[in-house]
Design a protein around this ligand. Structure first.
Ligand SMILES: [Zn+2]
Length: 76
């Protein structure tokens, strides 16, 4: 099988490190009721996070970044 998949989600339980991407507010202005407005720690753009993302980030030692910063660092 020559299937090439970039797997962002779901992560393996054992995965550690990396970047957890938060959707940008400018891409999804309304968000969801349980989404928490926050700012990207790197670029300061407004984005969304969830309790689950916070939990996962802590548990799997990931850093939270907006999608733009996440993609930028994945490409570089
Ligand atoms: Zn950012």
């Amino acid at each position: 099988m020559a299937e090439k998949v970039i797997k962002i989600w779901p992560r393996q339980e054992t995965d550690k490190g990396g970047i957890l991407m938060m959707p940008l507010k400018k891409n999804i202005p309304k968000g969801k009721p349980y989404w928490i407005p926050t700012k990207c720690p790197e670029c300061g753009k407004e984005c969304w996070k969830t309790k689950e993302m916070e939990y996962l980030a802590k548990k799997q030692e990931m850093i939270l970044r907006c999608t733009e910063c996440g993609i930028r660092s994945a490409v570089n």
